[in-house]
Design a protein around this ligand. Structure first.
Ligand code: NAG
Ligand code: NAG
Length: 457
């Protein structure tokens, strides 16, 4: 046994996009594992991972069958494959032992069966401990250190739970009546009530066997390779059309699929991948950009397409977008593209132009927005807010203030509801820029997928 560990550290830059400042709601996670292809049920798990030593070749957009997934303490989702992991919604694979120090032990990483973060007052001694399951053993880590006395037999710590698990995730009150750990093996789901150690076994019917499980935004997901299903943590039932692809929902991939418009709309509405840019007109109609796709909302009507199709010359991964005097301005790196807001979005003559010329600022900006009929474009770069008068020549970016409430802003817009700041899966409304800069009260946190786009899950 070996292995280990954990840690959760991390996060940072790459993955910050996935986390909301201050929120612990998605914290606990869990993750799991599973042997490469889910043949569980055997006494001897298959430890062989063919791609394990060629991780640099792992491209999650090519459809990696993940072994496990976990949301760490900062709400960042990790996907595990062999001895590698992917952090957040984008980024390349890296050796897990870079993050999870002791995880090295000898090439057994691919063999972590399941893991979850205990976050429960019902288990004061193990609050915020990360548990790893490996064959018949369980390891308990706290702050990257193996707890004394571990590893122990699973049967000792979680009596009634079988060895050679597939997945684990904690179900939190009130989503479950009591804090409960859900364990998966084959087509069985076990509820282990943390306080009483009572175990209930159920058969899962509406989805394939899980290779991993995680909780995000109070929803529970099973991974099946590169697909996932959202399930009811109490009954194990699946409602809605699943499995779906993790790509597009949980990982940022642009070109993997061939889908109908309705599927694109659904994915863009429900994606947990951060937005690159968003813009609102005075009526509250929205265009949101993510990877190679955009999602528009006009009144109650949604549309989605590739950015390339609708905005000739821009190939995705934009930095910012704003609307001003009948035009969309899309910023990518050090260039600004401009199109008519009316469809088809014909390019405005003379564009693209250098960012420096249009906004008087160097790349890479995080967000840009214009509030109702004003001539100022507000630009967020890092944590600084600048103001650019579009009627002035040459254009100059004047510092307006510092945004202290967020370490990182993904994008922002200004519309009938005031200023909206978006970071990761969440957004925050301020009545005005002034309130945003000087207000001491953090606005209510809302969810991009659910509250902005009306995704029902
Ligand atoms: C991490 O694992 C790789 C391969 O499994 C190994 O070559 C490397 O030495 C390990 N790094 C550390 C810091 O243990
Ligand atoms: C799911 O698990 C059951 C046993 O628990 C097993 O019989 C079945 O083959 C598994 N299905 C797949 C697709 O692995």
């Amino acid at each position: 046994m070996r292995l280990l560990v954990q840690t959760l550290t991390l996060c940072l830059a790459l993955t910050l996009a996935f986390t909301a400042p201050s929120q612990h709601e998605e914290k606990h996670g869990e993750k799991d594992k599973s042997h490469g292809d889910k043949e569980h049920g055997h006494k001897k798990p298959d430890k062989h991972h063919p791609d394990k030593h060629h991780p640099e070749k792992l491209d999650r957009c090519a459809g990696v069958n993940f072994d496990a997934a976990a949301v760490d303490e900062d709400g960042v989702l990790h996907f595990f494959k062999g001895d590698h992991l992917f952090k957040g919604s984008q980024g390349k694979s890296e050796l897990s032992n870079k993050t999870f120090a002791e995880l090295d032990d000898a090439h057994h990483l691919g063999h972590v069966d399941a893991t979850f973060l205990m976050h429960s007052e019902d288990s004061p001694d193990h609050h915020d401990h990360q548990f790893f399951f490996l064959d018949n053993k369980v390891f308990s880590y706290h702050k990257h250190k193996l707890e004394n006395g571990y590893p122990k037999d699973i049967s000792e710590v979680f009596p009634g739970i079988p060895d050679h698990l597939d997945a684990a995730v904690q179900c939190h009150k009130p989503e479950c009546p009591e804090d409960t750990v859900l364990f998966f093996k084959g087509n069985k789901m076990y509820h282990f009530v943390i306080k009483t150690k009572k175990v209930d076994e159920k058969e899962i019917k509406g989805m394939p066997n899980c290779t991993g499980a995680f909780r995000q935004m109070k929803h529970y997901f099973c991974l099946h390779g590169h697909q996932f299903s959202k399930f009811d943590p109490i009954t194990g039932e699946v409602h809605g059309k699943y499995p779906k692809e993790t790509r597009g929902y949980f990982t940022k991939c642009s070109k993997f699929e061939n889908k109908t418009t309705a599927e694109h709309i659904e994915r863009e509405k429900c994606s947990r991948v951060h937005l690159d840019a968003i813009t609102s007109d005075d009526d509250g109609n929205i265009h949101a950009f993510r990877g190679n796709h955009f999602l528009s909302k006009t009144g109650e009507k949604f549309h989605s397409d590739t950015i390339e199709n609708a905005f000739k010359g821009v190939h995705g991964d934009v930095d910012a977008a704003f609307s001003y005097e009948g035009h969309f301005y899309i910023v990518k790196d050090d260039r600004v593209f401009a199109y008519n807001i009316k469809e088809p979005h014909t390019p405005v003559e003379g564009f693209p132009k250098p960012l420096k010329e249009v906004l008087g600022i160097e790349d890479h900006i995080c967000a840009a927005f214009v509030c109702a009929k004003q001539d100022d474009v507000h630009v967020i770069k890092g944590q600084t807010l600048y103001k650019v008068d579009m009627k002035a020549t040459p254009r100059a970016a004047v510092k307006e203030g510092t945004i202290t409430a967020f370490k990182k802003v993904d994008t922002a817009m200004c519309g009938p509801n005031g200023v909206t700041i978006i970071t990761g899966n969440h957004f925050y409304n301020y009545d005005s820029i002034m309130v945003m800069l000087v207000g001491k009260i953090m606005p209510v946190q809302k969810k991009v997928s659910h509250d902005l786009f009306g995704c029902d899950h």
